[in-house]
Design a protein around this ligand. Structure first.
Ligand SMILES: Cc1cc2nc3c(=O)[nH]c(=O)nc-3n(C[C@H](O)[C@H](O)[C@H](O)COP(=O)(O)OP(=O)(O)OC[C@H]3O[C@@H](n4cnc5c(N)ncnc54)[C@H](O)[C@@H]3O)c2cc1C
Ligand code: FES
Length: 257
């Protein structure tokens, strides 16, 4: 069940000018959270950002009632969040949307850019079930792959960067793991749409089920404004309530022929 609550910023870590991690804490116990679900954040004190901003849940610490976010500064809302200090408060609606299932015994997780964020908690959920997932992460350069530390003991991890500063040089699609996907029984991907489309195409060609997490622009986050709809084989669906995670076979026109 979704809740609305005030969370305290407990830490904020600036990775570079563009990226930061934020940990927030709720006074009450957290609701049950599925990997791949997201929150809708009310950015305080600004007229330019009166709509809440959707952010993926990167990690959950149920003992301390904390959520972790990994955020790229792209506009007013995320810039305002990056300037917050420990002790500041954020009003958050959570947990939103339908997340990833963990119905796989040999999963491959592929993340790019900020799309790496929800894969942290997904990998943790697999590991808690006794499954060590394979994780492939791609970024522009090494500083875009700092979330790799969270996968260290819970996944077999492979990296690539556009400029070759970490892992193989090139995109995830060019990586050697993607050239040998046959053994995996499900692929989970989140990142730039162009990357997810390419991953989904490869998965489908090899008859491997594939879950993608869409990042359509959102406003209400609860199925009321219809601004986030995507085309599916059963008609239009709201990404905020029916997704953001979809089985790629459910989506209409996602895989280019
Ligand atoms: C389900 C979901 C989960 C997300 N998870 C994360 C996350 O974990 N970390 C993170 O950094 N971002 C995430 N995003 C994207 C994030 O919501 C936007 O970057 C943010 O709302 C931009 O707000 P702003 O006020 O800073 O920028 P705005 O001033 O609103 O926009 C600035 C620029 O960012 C672009 N933008 C706005 N919204 C989006 C969007 N949804 N996707 C891509 N570009 C957008 C705009 O087109 C514009 O060019 C997620 C989006 C969705 C829908
Ligand atoms: S964001 Fe309003 S319906 Fe999805």
């Amino acid at each position: 069940m979704k809740k609305i609550a005030d969370f305290k910023v407990v830490s904020i870590h600036h990775i570079c000018e563009e990226l930061f991690e934020m940990e927030v804490q709720c006074k009450e116990s957290l609701e049950h959270i599925e990997p791949g679900q997201f929150v809708n954040v009310m950015v305080p004190d600004t007229r330019q950002t009166f709509l809440r901003r959707p952010i993926s849940i990167c990690d959950v610490d149920e003992k301390n009632n904390t959520l972790r976010f990994y955020i790229r500064k792209v506009g007013n809302g995320t810039a305002k969040m990056s300037g917050m200090q420990p002790g500041d408060m954020l009003n958050i609606v959570y947990p939103l949307g339908k997340g990833f299932d963990t119905d796989s015994t040999n999963p491959l997780l592929i993340g790019g850019g900020c799309g790496i964020a929800p894969l942290v908690y997904l990998a943790k959920c697999f590991y808690a079930k006794g499954i060590k997932p394979t994780v492939l992460l791609g970024g522009k350069s090494a500083q875009f792959l700092t979330l790799k530390t969270y996968f260290k003991d819970i996944a077999d991890i492979y990296l690539c960067t556009d400029d070759g500063t970490e892992g193989e040089k090139g995109t995830v699609i060019q990586h050697s793991v993607v050239n040998h996907v046959e053994g995996y029984d499900k692929i989970y991907t989140c990142g730039p749409q162009i990357m997810m489309k390419a991953v989904a195409k490869i998965a489908t060609e090899k008859s491997i089920p594939c879950m993608v997490s869409l990042e359509n622009t959102m406003a209400c986050g609860v199925g009321a404004c219809l601004c986030c709809v995507t085309k599916t084989r059963e008609g239009h669906k709201c990404v905020c309530t029916e997704g953001p995670v979809f089985d790629v076979l459910e989506l209409d026109g996602f895989i280019e022929k």
